[in-house]
Design a protein around this ligand. Structure first.
Ligand SMILES: [Zn+2]
Ligand SMILES: [Zn+2]
Length: 316
């Protein structure tokens, strides 16, 4: 079978043996995978990663302990938790200190024809949901995490900063949930993708100072956080979605004076994402920029890294 691997920033594709399935795990055959910014960061060497990347996928179950799973189309939670520590017992295995993470840390990823995941990580994909939509389950779950962490009253205006993949998905998910979303970005065509969801779009505009109770920072830039703080009302909340590597210059005074809450936000629960996908509540059309076969993964990574590119998909 073909497997993509990343070593010292170089993407290679080679024949590899089909992985064997540990007890309690399913053997999965890839249908479609998505390249995420995290994969590009792994390529840039941020986490000292070497191995098979890939954590956004749709696959068919080939073998499993649970007979009913075999032959089913699934997506999967990416954190392999211990199941026993205090975090896991609280349902927060995403923070389990003993976890490995599919295609990111300690567990071979989905950019290969066959891979394995614990059965308990899997979620069935309803027939009504296409592979093209299901492959977004992981980033949609990450957007849903905001709603798990912060109680945003329905119809409450929420500002989302950034019209990259992450910002667009956050805007679509919050709008699908019923929030009044205002999206701030610099690319008219990308902002337009959120029009079907009723998102109010602001092109090349900074929001007025202290104009929102909730601001989601998804720009991926160091400046985004300061902009978010400026736009937040006293006692408001800034939700940090983008991982900016290195230190960020931050004037703490407005945060203290205006008693602003900063909330870091990362992976989310698929259980929250699947109903949105099943209900077709998130218009994902237009989010895919290109598709490549696994064999051309190096080109796919190059394409994904180009400015302005949205989701690049890999197919076996
Ligand atoms: Zn991702
Ligand atoms: Zn644990």
């Amino acid at each position: 079978m073909l497997a993509v691997s990343l070593n010292d920033g170089v993407v290679t594709v080679a024949e590899a043996p089909r992985p064997s399935r540990p007890h309690g795990h399913a053997l999965l055959h890839l249908r479609m995978a998505g390249i995420c910014n995290t994969d590009l960061e792994l390529q840039r060497g941020y986490y000292g990663f070497s191995g098979v990347p890939g954590h956004e996928f749709v696959a068919d179950v080939v073998e499993a302990d649970t007979a009913e799973l075999v032959g089913r189309r699934v997506v999967g939670e990416i954190n392999l938790e211990c199941g026993e520590c205090s975090w896991c017992r609280r349902g927060l295995g995403r923070h389990c200190p003993h976890r490995t993470t599919l295609g990111i840390a300690g567990w071979p990823g989905a950019f290969q024809e066959y891979f394995t995941l614990p059965e308990r990580n899997l979620h069935l994909v309803p027939d009504s949901v296409s592979d093209e939509d299901a492959v977004f389950a992981e980033p949609v779950a990450a957007a849903c995490e905001i709603l798990d962490q912060v109680e945003i009253p329905l119809a409450e205006p929420v500002a989302v900063l950034g019209d990259g993949k992450l910002g667009l998905l956050v805007a679509l998910v919050l709008a699908g949930h019923g929030c009044r979303v205002e999206l701030f970005g610099h690319h008219e065509a990308k902002l337009a993708l959120t029009a079907p969801a009723g998102v109010i779009r602001h092109l090349n505009e900074e929001g007025a100072p202290a104009s929102f109770d909730f601001v989601v920072e998804a720009t991926g830039s160091a400046e985004g956080l300061m902009q978010a703080v400026r736009m937040t009302r006293p006692r408001g909340t800034v939700i940090l979605k983008s991982t900016v590597h290195g230190s960020v210059a931050l004037d703490a005074a407005p945060i203290v004076v205006n008693e602003i809450t900063l909330v870091g936000s990362r992976c989310g629960r698929f259980a929250a994402a699947m109903p949105l996908l099943s209900a077709h509540a998130i218009p994902l059309a237009g989010m895919v920029s290109a598709r490549y076969p696994l064999a051309q993964a190096a080109h796919a990574f190059e394409h994904a890294a180009r400015r302005g590119t949205l989701k690049v998909l890999l197919l076996p």
